[in-house]
Ligand binder design. Structure first.
Ligand code: CTP
Length: 426
């Protein structure tokens, strides 16, 4: 049982925060809620108070009838300052939904309301779940603010893709589902040392693992790019689990707004060419390569200096030329003792069939196949369902191992089990 402080900022997704409170209290957690003034336009204090069984605060100057205590605690005899006492008692502070405005304030360190004051005073893990219109989410200012926060160790629960609040709009920006928010709280508490983490077997002790994660971006002009919707979660889960098993992990991250897993060395890259350079530098010294990044297959042949203007153009044609296949290039220089794992995003019924050819063509030991025709798993989801193809020994036979729908951490564990099996059989 943990104490979750929930900060609700302004947005239509505030209604999902109610469901989170219901889930969390149902699972035995103790919850207190603080709201921004704007969030009350979407869901009022009475609803959160009823579900959490505790008073809800909005202003830092408001008297807290519970004097900063959580429902499982006895209130102190004195009247403490709400923002200090609430975060001192909390095991985790989750801000969901986190609006673009609140994210910007957090990145700048502003403390202009109770929620932002709590965030600044918090020594417990801070988890934020952005929710907003896709154009606001994709705005470089929001992206930079999220990177700043991730760099400070804040855990970001990525928004999903789908229908948005404004009529007819689709895109990235939907608040993550309440189950995922609760899972992220528990993960953050565990990682923050407030719950004992189960000891992992050090089965990869001394093994050097190179992981790529995220999706590359190919510049069209100085502000626009061609990208993809890989969040980097699968690669980050692999890096984290490999480190827990004792590996020395280098993580090449392409445009990922997630906190770096503890103990992992991270190198940030943007384009396919930069990712290629970073991998080439680290490859010779690695024992295991886990190539989870979604690398662009094509890049604009020319990058326009400055910003392309729309005036006097009826249409704009962008000529693309192929990028290097990074994985194929690395495997051409592989040395004995290295284990190479590729990832393939395939579509539909022939997903596994098509991937077997890729495994042999790219000279890999294993290939993790995702069926991207499924909406409930893969790129932007917290869960994944994969088939791991592996070719042990002389590669005369390809073995298939289906991993049913599971969290990305569990899928990462299954992939690393396969890697360990291959290394043992090699
Ligand atoms: N990959 C790479 N460099 C590229 C493209 C892909 O290193 N330019 C790697 C990916 O990181 C992944 C694997 O190759 O591990 C398979 O990627 P995928 O895009 O499925 O395969 P492709 O060979 O690019 O084939 P497709 O035409 O199906 O996209």
């Amino acid at each position: 049982m943990s104490r979750i402080l929930l900060g609700v900022s302004g947005g239509i997704a505030a209604y999902k925060a109610l469901e989170l409170v219901r889930l969390a209290t149902g699972a035995g957690h103790s919850v207190r809620v603080v709201q921004t003034p704007a969030s009350r336009r979407f869901v009022g204090e009475a609803s959160f108070a009823a579900l959490s069984g505790a008073p809800v605060l909005v202003s830092e100057f408001e008297r807290d009838p519970a004097r900063g205590a959580f429902p499982d605690q006895e209130p102190p005899t004195h009247e403490p300052l709400s923002h200090l006492e609430l975060v001192a008692n909390a095991d985790v502070f989750l801000i969901a939904p986190a609006s673009a405005n609140t994210i910007a304030k957090l990145a700048a360190g502003l403390a202009d309301n109770l929620l932002t004051s709590c965030a600044l005073a918090a020594s417990c893990p801070l988890v934020i779940a952005p929710a907003m219109n896709n154009r606001m989410y994709e705005h470089p200012a929001t992206a930079a603010n999220l990177r700043t926060l991730a760099g400070r160790g804040v855990q970001i629960v990525e928004p999903g893709v789908g229908r948005l609040a404004s009529k007819g709009e689709q895109g990235v920006g939907r608040l993550a589902e309440p189950e995922r928010l609760l899972e992220a709280c528990v993960e953050a508490i565990t990682a923050g040392g407030r719950l004992p983490a189960p000891a992992a077997a050090q089965s990869l002790e001394g093994v050097r693992v190179l992981v790529t994660a995220g999706g590359t971006r190919e510049a069209i002009d100085s502000v626009r790019y061609i990208g993809n919707s890989s969040s980097g979660r699968m690669g980050f889960a692999l890096a984290e689990v490999a480190h827990e098993r004792g590996a020395q992990v280098t993580l090449v991250a392409a445009n990922v707004a997630l906190a770096t897993p503890a103990g992992v060395e991270r190198r940030d890259v943007t384009s396919a060419a930069e990712l290629e350079r970073a991998c080439e530098e680290a490859f010779a010294d690695c024992d295991v390569l886990l190539m989870a990044a979604a690398v662009a297959d094509f890049t604009p042949a020319q990058v326009e200096n400055g910003k392309i203007k729309k005036e006097q153009r009826e249409r704009l044609e962008i000529v693309l030329e192929p990028t290097a296949d990074v994985l194929r290039g690395l495997s051409a220089h592989r040395h004995a003792g290295q284990t190479l794992v590729g990832f393939a995003a395939e579509h539909g019924a022939d997903a596994v069939q098509g991937a077997s050819g890729k495994l042999l063509a790219k000279d890999l030991d294993a290939l993790v196949v995702n069926d991207i025709s499924r909406e409930d798993i893969g790129f932007d989801s917290d869960a994944n369902e994969v088939t791991i193809l592996s070719a042990p020994g002389d590669r005369s036979q390809i073995e298939r191992h289906h991993v049913p729908r599971a969290s990305k951490a569990e899928v990462a564990a299954a992939i690393l089990d396969t890697v360990e099996g291959l290394r043992g059989s090699g």
